[in-house]
Write a protein that binds this ligand. Sequence first.
Ligand code: SF4
Length: 73
Amino acid sequence: MKVVVDLNRCQGYGQCVYAAPKVFQLKGSEILAYDPAPSDQWRDEVERAVHACPVRAISAEFDNPPVESASTE
Ligand code: SF4
């Protein structure tokens, strides 16, 4: 998947770090470092981070559509 953080918008609140520590890390007090192409295994965490960010600075693009539990046929 692809992850982009608008660092102009990011205020270094660190909510994403709590949501997805494998993908987002804070360096120092408010410099965010992140993996722009994390493994899909962190998808749930990244989705949590997207929603957790108070300034909506994170956008994520997933390689595969979400797995639906039931298909309509
Ligand atoms: S939650 Fe949003 S504002 Fe906070 S560090 Fe992450 S990207 Fe930046």
